[in-house]
Design a protein around this ligand. Sequence first.
Ligand SMILES: [Zn+2]
Length: 167
Amino acid sequence: MISLEYVPVGKQKMQEWYGHPPVNIVNGKLAPDLEWWKKYMVRITLPFRLELDYAPKTYMVRPYVNKHIGPALVDAFEEILDFYGVGEIEHFHLNLSSGIYKRKFQRGANDTLSLHSYGAAIDYLPNFGKWGEKSRIPHVVHVAFEERGFMNYPHTDGFHWQGARGV
Ligand SMILES: [Zn+2]
């Protein structure tokens, strides 16, 4: 099994590990930072394609992620694929994602960036519990992420998995 090499705890350790893209607001929007991107973001190949829940028929196959979560993330999806197989993954709608990299602040914050801004979080299976609901994601899926060091908030944000704690 390939786990996260290191799971930072707290904002400062998280920023040291995943890099800290500066908060640049251009025309009211968070602008990407190319220097940070080049240093930290890599492309991974997922073992099965994920469909974007907000853009049906749009698939994510080789997404960019922070280099520090890439190997563990691919390995978690390998385990899910081994357990279900492609047919069941499609049948049970275990292929929906709301994405990985997004420049945005944390919910309700205007100065703290979301872990998605670091490429260090994935939103997977929003169809098994929206934000604010208790998550209904299958146990096998939960364990595949949790045993590799990812964490979520099963009572409020079960589809969000991040490679850091206390942030
Ligand atoms: Zn999320």
